[in-house]
Design a protein around this ligand. Structure first.
Ligand code: MEV
Length: 444
């Protein structure tokens, strides 16, 4: 296998997963201009401690190295009168600066306020059945008891922690699709995100359904149901957090020549536009997820699940809208964010990834509810900073300032050149060309 040539690039590769890590690296290095250098580079990102590296390797399949992302801190997050230094993992310049800036701004104005509206998770068993829906509905309570009995072993630990299966019901979906039903289940997964727990319960319900049709005297003669799939839903509208900042409008100072009233008006219009126009809403919400995803990643949570649930929630009335809202009534500026956030602080990567442990400790080992509040505060902070920049100076000023380092690194500038460039570009427009010319002039 290691003798595969470049021209075989389009061949189907078999047995790749069976190779050990070194063999995998050797194999892929052939596809690079400098195989030896590539191999060394890949190995250079291994963790020093081989035990921890093995742990990383085992998170996923076919792992050959680690992919580095900046691990940053945003201080001064005052949330419900408790101060936090928030860890953020994100590659995009200026997100952490924006979060930190907004956190400090609002810490001086009472901080973030946050409340958990609900923490229920959902899952479904999707199946087709040809028969009398009423009969199924009548027998469902009996089936539910069977499901609860069959899952007692699976739910035992979760029940001890105060969670478990909250409800199981039958949804007749035949108005949407002929003969289509769902076993609809809700769960309390306490401090864990609970995906594995939910999916194990759901797959057990599916087996129970087949078994129920085979053994129940009233159903034995009926057609058998066709189970299509059993899976949690990443749309968790009942696992909801609301976070807001508020202050008298006149306290909205610090925006150059713009008065507090003018700023509030422009800000409110910008958020309103994101509520009525999906094109703007997508970018507006992306700005919210800049903050949320960075915290979700730093705490070892599933950012794809969080994004999926958030965007679905954003179009819950059939129109994709901003997740945040502003009100300017009674002389008060009130800026809030409500969204579903299914997060965990136990299970998954939380005990395995050293930096996740570090994040959770830095956040004073929060409960999953507190983490929901922290992540949503980061989302609101980034949203505030983005809309503030957009409606005042424009976004590029701050963004390019942070991006300057990326450009300087791209041109392999020395430390001294970097310092000179930072000084120079304080009052010059930053662009790739401008940075290149500046460095060329320095070298000459
Ligand atoms: C960039 O990552 C995020 C923004 O585009 C968000 C927004 O437009 O509100 C600045």
């Amino acid at each position: 296998m290691t003798s595969i040539k470049k021209e075989m690039y389009h061949d189907i590769i078999t047995g790749f997963s069976k190779l050990n890590k070194d063999e995998k690296i050797k194999f892929i290095s052939q596809f690079f201009k400098s195989p030896h250098q590539t191999e060394e580079e890949i190995r250079s990102y291994w963790y020093i401690d081989p035990h921890i590296q093995q742990r990383f390797d085992e998170f996923s399949e076919n792992t050959i190295s680690n992919f580095y992302m900046p691990y940053s801190l945003a201080p001064n997050f005052l949330i419900n009168d408790q101060m936090y230094i928030v860890p953020m993992v994100i590659e995009e310049s200026s997100v952490v600066a924006a979060a930190s800036h907004a956190a400090k701004y609002w810490a001086e104005r009472g901080g973030f306020h946050s409340e958990i509206i609900a923490t229920e998770k959902l899952g479904q068993v999707h199946f087709y059945w040809e028969g009398n829906p009423q009969k199924l509905q009548e027998l469902f309570p009996k089936f539910k008891v069977k499901c609860l009995q069959e899952t007692t072993g699976i739910t035992e630990n979760m029940r001890k922690r105060g969670g478990g299966i909250k409800d199981i019901s039958l949804r007749n979906m035949s108005e949407v699709e002929r003969n289509y039903y769902q076993i609809w289940a809700s769960f309390d997964t306490c401090d864990s995100m609970g995906a594995n727990f939910i999916n194990t319960c759901l797959e057990t319900f599916a087996h129970c359904l087949i078994d129920f049709f085979e053994t129940d005297a009233d159903l034995r003669t009926e057609k058998k149901p066709q189970i299509i799939m059993s899976i949690l839903s990443n749309y968790t509208p009942n696992c909801l957090v609301r976070t807001w900042v508020a202050c008298p409008i006149e306290q909205l100072t610090g925006f150059g020549t713009l008065s507090a009233q003018e700023f509030a008006w422009r800000f409110e219009r910008a958020v309103h536009i994101a509520r009525i126009d999906p094109y703007r809403a997508a970018t507006h919400n992306k700005g919210i997820f800049n903050g949320i995803d960075a915290v979700v990643l730093a705490t070892g949570n599933d950012f794809r699940a969080v994004e999926a649930g958030g965007h679905t929630f954003a179009c819950r009335d059939g129109h994709y809208r901003s997740l945040s809202q502003v009100s300017l009534s009674g002389g008060m500026f009130n800026f809030s964010l409500t969204l579903p956030l299914a997060l965990g602080v136990v299970g998954g990567l939380t005990n395995l990834h050293p930096m996740v442990k570090c994040s959770l400790e830095l956040l004073q080992n929060p409960s999953s509810e507190t983490l929901m509040m922290i992540a949503s505060a980061a989302g609101l902070a980034n949203n505030f900073s983005a809309v503030r920049s957009l409606t005042t100076t424009g976004i590029q000023k701050g963004h390019m300032k942070m991006h300057l380092y990326n450009m300087l690194n791209h041109f392999t500038a020395t430390e001294e050149q970097k310092n000179l460039a930072v000084e120079h570009f304080k009052d010059h427009v930053i662009s790739y060309n401008a940075v290149r010319t500046f460095l060329e002039e320095l070298q000459n």
